[in-house]
Design a protein around this ligand. Sequence first.
Ligand code: FES
Length: 580
Amino acid sequence: MSAPRRTPDSLRSRRWFGVQDLRAFGHRSRAMQMGYDAQDWAGKPVIAIVNTWSDINPCHAHFPERVTAIKRGILQAGGFPIELPAMSLSEPFVKPTTMLYRNFLAMETEELLRSHPIDGAVLLGGCDKTTPALIMGAISMGLPAIFVPAGPMLRGNWKGQQLGSGSDVWKYWDELRAGTITQEDWTDIEAGIARSYGHCMTMGTASTMTSIAEALGLTLPGAASIPAADSNHVRMAAASGRRIVDMVWEDLTPQRVLTAAAFENAVVATMAMGGSTNALIHLIAMARRAGLATFGLDDVEQASRQVPVIANIRPSGDRYLMEDFYYAGGLRALLARLDAPLHGSCLTVNGRTVAENVSGAEVYDDDVIRPLDNPVYGEGALAVLKGNLAPDGAVMKPAACAPRFRQHTGPALVFGDYADLKANVDRDDLDVTPDSVLVLQNAGPQGAPGMPEWGMLPIPKKLVARGVRDMVRLSDARMSGTSYGACILHVAPESFVGGPLALVRTGDRITVDVQGRRLQLEVADDELARRREAWVPPTPRYHRGYGALFARHIRQANDGCDFDILETQRGAAVDEPAIF
Ligand code: FES
């Protein structure tokens, strides 16, 4: 523990428990109603455990047990733990998409911390959007906070073969459609692919985001790679509980950890891990909450050119899963191997620097975490493309697509929305070839709404039957981090608000040039101007409730899809009159 900057008298919770007035009488007497007394709270930091557990979130099914461990740690260190339940955002069950509610959870986290007598927070998440949402809310509130990642589930298994979350769903769905596996096989895969609690164990969005939380310095070192079912995970949870109490005394807030250099470290880690395309949206949103107003896709693109993919984890890698990554040394070993591009002096939540935390980390399997001279992919996992089709950018994962599509020109086959896609993509008379570019419109932040993971458009059944397994697909949607293929995503501005994607018609030629980072609609400017003139804005989808709030305030993908009213300036985060 470094030198204390706070005293018991300066704790925020003192306004609730430590003063002699009518309100504090109520706070103390109601705490006593629950069986607590002054021994529990007097002069002690009150620590919130923001828990995104629910009965319908399998990735967080172990959180009640982890809360017990975290409370144990908090009590050991002299704090007062309080569990605060928050929206669970269960990726497999929430419709139309959890992305619609990421900002909802971010707001909830911020307001839970603001409205209660809290001095510091343990953030308990992992299933995709829960990680950025919890962190965004905690940044805006500005209290000391530590993130406890859910941990990846164990490897899946089917007939002795490893199964990876998401990636093998897409793979075997195509095989089922092609008739190369049976319905019985499919049912067995269903029963074997998710065999323990924990988040998806490929390098999907969950593993990417929890690793980003660690690379940013918001977790204890090594925390993100520990499998959920490993007893090390329980001990990490207890240690995080102990640590947050000291963080309160040290006033170690997210603002002291989340510098521009910390975000550069996170981008480098994302590239080296072969991380999810979704990470770019969340990184931008978190960075801007932390006051880095100009952080954007250009920062990502810079790192993309310099950092090779060295984590051989699916879907960018061809074989391994997060459990293998942990046994090979995990994120600490990967960061130690990267060495040079990292800012080692960044402060982290344990009070030490990144360099100190990765010092001594070793790689135990060179095929899982590759040497820099034998990468999985020579450049960063993610590429930002721009051109007349995406003036504000689009994102692609070239490491996870068939090499021939990194330079490709083909005719567009346009689906006006998701309903059109579902109704027509498998028609026998569909006019499509393996060189076609499948285009999906109106699937962006406003259009879908919430930018669902529809961006890995299904390969038309007639082509699947011919053995086609990848095609160029283009949309303003996102795709699951466990997905793969030549999918160009997050096209900005989106078609629903009149972005150029809205002007594409079937038969137009589209060029993708990954090396040149270009995405071009090969249609003359005057013809595009005519189409724009004739374009009619679609009717807004929501008129009341959260949906209307979302539609009014959501930013585009290149701006991180945060609400404009939630973007904050560094240092102006905590805004609470002391008179209440
Ligand atoms: Fe929860 Fe994938 S479904 S992380």
